[in-house]
Structures are given as C-alpha cells and as structure tokens.
Design a protein around this ligand. Structure first.
Ligand SMILES: Cc1ncc(C[n+]2csc(CCOP(=O)(O)OP(=O)(O)O)c2C)c(N)n1
Ligand SMILES: [Mg+2]
Length: 405
C-alpha cells in the first residue's frame, strides 16, 4: 500500500492552461458579484491536487508574498545584527531559504479570533519563520530575541521558547521530538470538544529518529485526530545528512506505515505548499484525521547563528567552525539559492498578473523598512535585570530573597 503522492514541478513554470485562467477569472467575478462559490479541495484520479492557490483573491496571494518577505528580511537583518553589533545579544537558528513552508501552511490556518477557535501551530528550535507566518507581533519578537523586558515573553524566552497564544503560536521547542505528542494532545482535545480546530507541528528531518515521531503518528491515526505534521526536510540535522538517520529518501513514506495520507511538495514554492496544506486542513476539519506533508527545502545559513555569513549578504558558505567538519559544499548552498522561495513567489504572482515588477519591488522596499524599524524599536526597549531572573521561578513570596543572598 502506498498513500504517498507527489505534487508536480513548480507551478510558476507550469502552464495550467486557459481552463485554469478562466476558472480564476470566474471565481474572481463570483467573489465580486457576491455569488456563493463552494470551494474545497478536489483531487484528480491519480491523486494530484486540483485545488489551485491561484483561485485565491489577489489580496490573499499578495499577503503570502509579504509574509515570505517579512521572514526573509527578519532573518537577514538579525544575521547582520549578530555580525556587526557587539551590543546585540540575540541569536537564531535561521529560517532563510525555508520561508515558503511556514507561509504556505499558515495561510491555510485560522490565526485570529478566540483561543477556543483558532488553529494551533507547534514549532521547533528554528521558530522565527513559523512565528511570523502565524502572525506574532514582529517588533515584540525582535525585542524578545534580544532578551528585552518588554519582549513577546518579557525577555524570558528568546528564540528557543518564543510563544504567542493570542495567534495560536504555541511556541518554539528546543527539544527535538516532544512537540509532536504535545500537539497530538491538543488535537485530541479539539476532537473531544467537538471543535473543528486543527493542530499543526513543524519539525525537521531529524525528528524521524525520535520515538515521539512514531508514537504520535500512530496515535493520531488510531484516534483520527485533526493533526498535521509538516516535516521540513532541509537535508541536514545539525551537520549530518538525513540519510544517516533515516532509510527513506522521502521521509513521508513513513506515514504510510501508520495509514496516514502523505504528500511530498517542493518546499521552495509557497503555492504548492499551500495546496497540500489546504487539502490536509480541509480533511482534518471534516473529521478525516491526520495528514503528513514533507516539504523539500534548504536552509541558507548553517545550523545555528551566522558562522560563514558576511554582513549584507544572504547565506553562509564554507567551513562552519561549530561543526567538526562541514558537510555542506558551497556549491550545494548556491544551487539551492537558485530556486529561491522569494523569487519563485514573485515570478508566479507576476505570471498570474497579480503583481507587476514595480509593485513587487515596492512591497519588498516597504517590508525591509518595516523590519528595520522593528529592530530599531527593540533596541530601545529596557533589558531584563538580574532580579527579573528570580521572578516566576517560585510562587510569589514562597521563597525569601535572602535564600539567594
Ligand atoms: C532530543 C534532542 N536531541 C538532540 C538535540 C540537539 N539538536 C538540536 S537541533 C538538532 C538537529 C535537528 O535537525 P532537524 O530536525 O533536521 O531540524 P533543522 O535543524 O534541520 O531545522 C539537534 C540534534 C535536541 N535539541 N534535542
Ligand atoms: Mg533538517
């Protein structure tokens, strides 16, 4: 039995033909005239998805492009801070190169409203892209990442424990694996309450080797939970290629063992990711149980921080002193950068007539300035004090301060 399906090559270079164009036109007309259009995921007989992101409104498509750019410029600006500003305390496991995955998935989720109704996203140790795509306040996230007292989590969390329940971003997780059973617990609660919310987990190729990966998938299937696992296969866990810990080229094959429908997508193409996520979310909301999405992608920086990077330039190349040896040849990084998620989204929207080049440039200029402003605001925020470090450790008043004197 094989439930694994693959979404074909980037839609930007594909001609879906006049039928798709006229369908998009029809849907836009229907939207403009207020006609009720029943939208849903449809599949061809061979299993390929027939729901195209191109059916979305121009506003929603441009919004996805803006999100990709916000993530990209957040990463680049933070890398530059780390490389050039000795007063900057923050750090990151950079998400640049993977922006289309978080953006395409979160664009299918309910990200605002009462906590009892929004969808929940569980992140990993590489959280900034997931956080931005889910809708966290970016200036506050920048402040948090620099350990500022007015940051998203009052400076207690920084990158590794970022969290914002108001948008359903349950949070980052420094451990590889545990987010999966916690998220299946949320999905179980949704099902028990009769809610149509879904729980999404973002994890890396390294999670295959954890026990939580296998037990969570099995339980999600056995209990038909509204649970979506988004595996971002960026080829490496820390400095080792994923073939060192997983026998499958497509890790999504593992889902078949648990009877979970799976898709492999080009993680550099936000609209392919959107299509697969939309199918999975529709299935989960309708009571159809879990789904597995493997997005083939790549990180432009090394595992952690900015070794090998140069201020003002995208990406990190060459030997990483944090690794015993570097497993990433420079030519591999540069080859992946040829299939850049920002470029692919931009080209697709220009092909579809949603944006022209001047409008796309103007959006990028605007986002770059917005991110620079977020970092500037964060740098003005008060730092945490040593006393702050004792807050929230014990119940207030339970431990006299002299105990630490
Ligand atoms: C249980 C556990 N073991 C080891 C680590 C150390 N560690 C941090 S990140 C990482 C690799 C994760 O790789 P992957 O899941 O592919 O995610 P990526 O970094 O590629 O995004 C490891 C082993 C950890 N955080 N937790
Ligand atoms: Mg990885």
């Amino acid at each position: 039995m094989e439930s694994l399906t693959r979404i074909a090559a980037p839609s930007a270079s594909q001609d879906d033909g006049p039928a798709s164009e006229s369908r998009r036109g029809f849907l836009q007309l229907a939207a403009a005239t207020g006609a009720v259009v029943s939208m849903g995921t449809r599949a061809f007989a061979n299993g390929d998805i027939a729901f195209y992101a191109k059916d979305l409104s121009d506003e929603k498509l441009v919004d996805m492009y803006r999100t990709i750019l916000k993530i990209r410029w957040h990463e680049r600006t933070q890398a530059d801070q780390m490389l050039t500003n000795p007063d900057y305390r923050g750090y990151n496991h950079f998400y640049a190169g993977q922006e289309a995955v978080a953006t395409g998935v979160c664009a299918t989720l309910r990200n605002d409203g009462p906590f009892e109704q929004i969808d929940l996203a569980y992140s990993s140790h590489r959280p900034s892209g997931h956080a931005i795509a889910k809708g966290v306040d970016i200036p506050k996230m920048c402040a948090e990442n620099d350990f500022r007292a007015t940051g998203l989590n009052n400076g207690y969390a920084a990158e590794m424990h970022l969290s914002d329940p108001s948008v359903g971003f349950v949070g980052a997780d420094g451990m590889i694996g545990p987010s999966m059973p916690i998220a299946t617990g949320s999905a179980f609660a949704f099902r028990a309450r009769g809610s149509d919310q879904v729980a999404v987990v973002f994890g890396g190729d390294g999670t295959y080797a954890t026990p939580q990966f296998h037990s969570s998938l099995n339980n999600a299937r056995m209990l038909d939970l509204p649970f979506i696992y988004v595996l971002e296969n960026n080829l490496y866990h820390q400095y080792a290629h994923y073939s060192y810990s997983c026998p499958h080229k497509d890790i999504a094959r593992a889902a078949a063992a648990y009877g979970i429908p799976a898709r492999v997508v080009d993680g550099q193409d936000v609209f392919q990711v959107y299509n697969a996520a939309k199918e999975a979310v529709d299935r989960a909301r309708a009571g159809g149980g879990p789904s597995f999405i493997e997005a083939k992608t790549y990180r432009y920086y090394n595992h952690w921080g900015a070794p090998g990077a140069t201020a003002g330039e995208l990406g990190a190349f060459g030997y990483d002193p944090l690794a015993i040896t570097s497993f990433r040849p420079e030519r591999e990084v540069r080859a992946w950068m040829q299939r850049d998620p920002v470029d692919i989204a931009r080209k697709t929207l220009i092909d579809w007539g949603t944006l022209d080049a001047a409008a796309a440039d103007a959006i990028e200029t605007e986002i770059k300035a917005e991110i620079a402003e977020a970092f500037a605001w964060a740098a003005q925020q008060p730092l945490c004090t040593p006393e702050d470090g004792l807050k929230h450790v014990f119940a207030d008043g339970a431990v006299p301060a002299r105990q630490f004197g």
